[in-house]
Every structure is written in structure tokens, then in C-alpha cells.
Design a protein around this ligand. Structure first.
Ligand code: FMN
Length: 178
């Protein structure tokens, strides 16, 4: 069957869902992102596609850094909340009890996530209604028991996958990777 061109992106779902944190100290933010992608092995580049409507957008532009934090099912509710509320209105770290800490590069990272990837912004091409923030990896850490022998994450870690457009189905549409 045919799929409308504008709905073709849905064929790429479900998508690993991450938390993109930015800023430092009290000038920080965090948002939920389903549109992230590796871009290059060498140099090590990763992209996150962000709408200019997000508060995080300006924080990343101003600080030139962001971090990709990978959550698990234990914080599925918080991950959904973070994708619903804006840092323009509330401090999402205070409201969720997630623990912000300073990564090696000074950018805010999230303690409860099993992996954190700190990136320096190297480019931000605008494509249609989103901007691809391209980050060069400066530091990456993972909780040891989250990796299998081949250094890929163990699905038992319970990473989150998103299967919805917008917010209509809530966090119930996260699929447990186990
Ligand atoms: C599961 C999920 C995935 C999302 N993925 C993206 C995304 O890839 N890019 C984006 O710009 N917004 C995405 N959003 C929306 C933002 O997370 C949301 O608008 C958030 O409130 C922005 O926060 P901020 O204004 O503090 O930056 C997603 C939301 C959810 C719930």
C-alpha cells in the first residue's frame, strides 16, 4: 500500500529515545529526542534534529555543547514528562528528581542514564522545520553492566523506544527493548 510522503518518516519507527541535556549550573535544560543519528566514525559525529520551538535550541546555540543521555524504562515517566514540558517554564531537573551533574566538558549530564555522550557543536544545518545539531564527541561514558561483550548495549538494560507522533499516546507507547 502507498504511504503519504509526509508520513514516510513513520516507517523508520520505533526509535531509540534519548535525553538531550545542555547548559551548565542553573542555566541548563533537557529535552526528549527521538530523532538522533550517528553521522561519522572518524571524526566521531552524532546529530540530533531539533525544532527551533524548543528552549534547548537556544541553550545549545549559546553554549555550543550538548549531551546525549540514554534513559531506561525506570525513568520512562520522567522521559515522557521531559518531552512534554519546556525549560522555558520550569526547571525539569527539579520537577523530575533526575540528578544533573557536570560532565568532563562542563555540559550538564544525567546521572540516572546508563550512557552519556558529551558533544561539541560543530555545525547546525537547517532542514525544513528542524535543525540538525551536529556534535563532535568529546567524552562518552557507559555503566559497565549495560554493555555486552561486543561493546554494544545489552538489550536487558531496558532502553526506551518511541512509537508515536507528538504526544497523543503517552509513554505507554514506549516499547521496552527486552
Ligand atoms: C518521545 C518524544 C520524542 C521527541 N523527539 C523530539 C525530537 O527528536 N526533536 C524535537 O525537536 N523535539 C522532540 N520532542 C519534543 C520535545 O522533547 C519537547 O517539545 C520538549 O518539551 C522540549 O523541551 P524544551 O523546550 O525545554 O527544549 C519529543 C518528545 C517526545 C515525548
Amino acid at each position: 500500500m502507498k504511504v503519504e510522503n509526509k508520513q514516510a518518516y513513520r516507517l523508520l519507527y520505533p526509535r531509540l529515545t534519548v535525553l538531550v541535556s545542555s547548559g551548565s549550573g542553573d542555566e541548563r535544560d533537557v529535552m526528549t529526542v527521538a530523532w538522533s543519528t550517528p553521522i561519522s566514525f572518524n571524526p566521531s559525529l552524532i546529530g540530533v534534529s531539533i525544532s527551533p520551538k524548543r528552549y534547548s535550541y537556544g541553550v545549545i546555540e549559546n553554549t555550543q555543547k550538548f549531551a546525549i543521555n540514554i534513559p531506561t524504562q525506570e525513568i520512562a515517566e520522567e522521559t515522557f514528562f521531559i518531552g512534554q514540558k519546556s525549560g522555558r517554564d520550569i526547571d525539569k531537573f527539579e520537577r523530575t528528581d533526575l540528578t544533573p551533574k557536570s560532565g568532563e566538558t562542563g555540559v550538564t549530564i544525567i546521572e540516572e542514564c546508563y550512557a552519556n555522550i558529551e558533544c561539541e557543536l560543530v555545525d547546525k544545518p537547517v532542514y525544513g522545520d528542524h535543525t540538525l545539531f551536529i556534535g563532535k564527541v568529546k567524552n562518552a561514558e557507559v555503566k559497565e553492566d549495560a554493555l555486552k561483550d561486543n561493546n554494544f548495549p545489552d538489550p536487558k538494560t531496558g532502553m526506551l523506544y518511541w512509537m508515536s507522533s507528538g504526544n497523543e499516546e503517552g509513554y505507554l507507547s514506549f516499547r521496552n527493548s527486552q
